[in-house]
Write a protein that binds this ligand. Structure first.
Ligand SMILES: Cc1cc2nc3c(=O)[nH]c(=O)nc-3n(C[C@H](O)[C@H](O)[C@H](O)COP(=O)(O)O)c2cc1C
Length: 163
């Protein structure tokens, strides 16, 4: 028995998620980041979130060494940013505007929300590493969320319930 990676990916694709771009600084002082949907809240008090980062990602070492990361929750109009940060392009911030947040982390303008975190735990998670961050600053923007489902992007339909 067991399940192969293709089937596993196919099944997991049926779990609809939001999309984030997780950012940090590398050891050369350059901003870096990747698109990530493996993001979740962990604890309310203290405020903890986690993100799972592939150990083969180019930006992985930066997340390990910097000790902090920001989560940018993408808005519906930011599919291009999601695709961009899901690439392996060397300097992904070369033509991307960002501002520096309260903790000095790179934040994407027009994101639906952002959280700036100090890494407080790392756990092995197969070929990924689980980074647990304590949220030290956060804020929200405006708009609708970008969604990801079965390998494609979507958005909430008008009439769907909203808080
Ligand atoms: C919608 C979506 C969600 C993704 N979620 C994750 C994730 O949670 N963790 C991860 O490590 N990679 C995830 N990826 C893949 C990375 O974004 C991709 O491997 C990227 O090229 C890594 O960039 P880097 O090698 O420059 O660090 C996701 C990609 C997409 C399109």
């Amino acid at each position: 028995m067991g399940i192969g990676p293709d089937e596993f990916r196919h099944v997991l694709g049926h779990f609809a998620s939001g999309v984030t771009v997780v950012t940090t600084w590398d050891t050369d002082g350059r901003p870096t980041g990747l698109t990530a949907s493996a993001f979740t809240s962990v604890s309310l008090t203290p405020p903890l979130v986690l993100v799972c980062v592939d150990q083969r990602a180019n930006s992985y070492d930066a997340f390990r060494t910097s000790g902090r990361f920001a989560v940018n929750v993408l808005a519906a109009g930011q599919e291009v940013l999601s695709r961009h940060f899901a690439s392996t392009q060397a300097d992904k911030f070369e033509h991307i505007a960002f501002r520096t947040g309260a903790l000095g982390l790179p934040l994407l303008p027009d994101a639906l929300a952002h959280l700036e975190c100090r890494t407080v735990h790392t756990y092995p998670g197969g070929d990924h590493t689980i980074f647990v961050g304590e949220v030290e600053a956060a804020g929200v923007g405006q708009g609708e969320p970008l969604l990801y489902y079965r390998g494609g992007y979507g958005r909430l339909r008008v009439g769907d319930p909203r808080p």
